[in-house]
Design a protein around this ligand. Structure first.
Ligand SMILES: *Cc1c(COP(=O)(O)O)cnc(C)c1O
Length: 393
């Protein structure tokens, strides 16, 4: 049942997510599997509903932490789940039981996983991370790294299902860095093979590579930002992979008033009216993840028109100029992200206006903002962070 959200809500268009999956699939070689990256609660879109919506399109899911992986399992996601970031060994038992694949790149991690698997009498699958230039995680992509990989792969109770590396600069127009990383990854795979180690699933592509370097996709390609309808950067080609933004952010006017010349608006009085104006208050602020750096810079859409933000964005509210939009009243709908009539505000616009980063903006849309899921224009679910219960106290 749909609760009426009257303050603010994020609308997630699951058809757009599916469209984006189709679009990426069309750009990849037929044998390449897509991995749906749903870390950070699906880049703020909600990991479980997004995972369900794309289940048909993916070989596997990727998350960043043990808890994120276990959450998917708890909600009935059955396909392989891969954890892209290192996890503490105290999680290994649960992960093995739930068939969640951790990333491994040190002997300590491998030993701990092996011991746990042997104790449980199970085979633990894992993915080996290789560092080819990101300098974040992974064993070195050289002979020493290869020797370590061989030792890891020979431990009892564990099996390398996959091996991967991560591009640091695939979203730049100059692809020489990404290509060098790919070369060193391929060289590393050769080193392993020469020592008799063949790891079945190889992956390195992120969204930028799926779009601009589809030839680097190997067995799997890890789709993150593009799944949600955003390009990783302005420098990637947009034509080969059309994308539709999945998230809109909607609110309602809570107050409208006239102010005279000389009146200041919001903290610090950074905006001063020069003429009589009509201003509207909107109950959204940085406490909802709406970036404070949009103070005096951003716009919202009301009645299909742009209303500029006046003065500072507060924690829970912000004010906009509606002098040119006479039909605004209490409860009039407001679009902070998304389309209204001919106008559209994209997450990338917010990033540009405020000097922010589009990945970060969606991740940061807060827990105070319920997510409402649409399919075929119908509400099919919602995620509301205010439904917690603590019956013990
Ligand atoms: C987050 C992440 C991705 C997805 O990156 P996008 O740019 O969002 O496609 C892929 N691989 C790894 C290892 C990641 O950490």
């Amino acid at each position: 049942m749909r609760k009426a959200y009257t303050r603010v809500y994020a609308e997630i268009d699951l058809d757009a997510v599916v469209f984006n999956m189709e679009s990426m699939k069309n750009n990849l070689a037929p044998g390449t599997g897509l991995v749906g990256v749903v870390k950070a609660d699906g880049y703020g879109h909600g990991s479980v509903p997004v995972a369900r919506a794309i289940d048909f399109y993916v070989e596997a899911y990727a998350v960043a932490t043990a808890e994120e992986g276990l959450l998917l399992r708890r909600h009935g996601i059955r396909k392989p789940v891969l954890i892209l970031g290192p996890v503490h060994k105290s999680h290994y038992k649960r992960l093995i039981e739930q068939k969640i694949r951790p990333v491994i790149f040190t002997m300590e991690q491998a030993d701990a996983l092996s011991k746990e698997a042997v104790k449980l009498g199970k085979t633990a699958l894992f993915h080996l991370a290789v560092d080819t230039g990101m300098s974040r995680i992974g064993l070195d992509g050289d002979e020493n790294g290869a020797r370590l990989a061989v030792k890891i792969c020979n431990l009892p109770g564990i099996r390398a299902e996959g091996i991967f590396t991560h591009f640091a600069r695939a979203d730049e127009s100059d692809k020489s860095w990404a290509k060098a990383q790919l070369d060193s990854f391929m060289h590393f795979l050769d080193l392993l093979e020469s020592q008799g180690v063949q790891i079945p699933i190889r992956h390195c592509a992120n969204s930028a590579a799926i779009i601009d370097l589809p030839g680097t996709s190997l067995s799997w390609a890890r789709a993150g930002i593009s799944m949600y309808g955003m390009y990783p950067s302005d420098e990637v080609a947009k034509e080969p992979v059309p994308l539709q933004p999945a998230m809109s952010l909607k609110s309602f006017v809570t107050y409208v008033k006239e102010i005279g010349p000389g009146r200041q608006v919001s903290y610090g009085g950074t905006f001063v009216a020069k003429t009589p104006m009509r201003i509207a208050t909107i109950p959204v602020g940085y406490g909802d993840g709406y970036p404070r750096n949009l103070s005096g810079r951003g716009y919202v859409l009301i009645q299909g028109r742009r209303a500029p933000i006046l003065g500072r964005v507060c924690m829970d509210q912000l004010m906009v100029d509606v002098s040119g939009i006479p039909e605004v009243d209490m409860d009039t709908g407001v679009t902070l992200i998304g389309k209204d009539g001919q106008e559209e505000i994209r997450v990338e616009d917010l990033a540009e206006w405020g000097g922010g980063f589009h990945y970060e903006i969606v991740c940061d849309i807060g827990k105070r903002v319920p997510r409402v899921y649409l399919r075929g224009g119908e509400v099919v679910g919602s995620k509301d962070y205010f439904e917690d219960e603590y019956p013990e106290f």
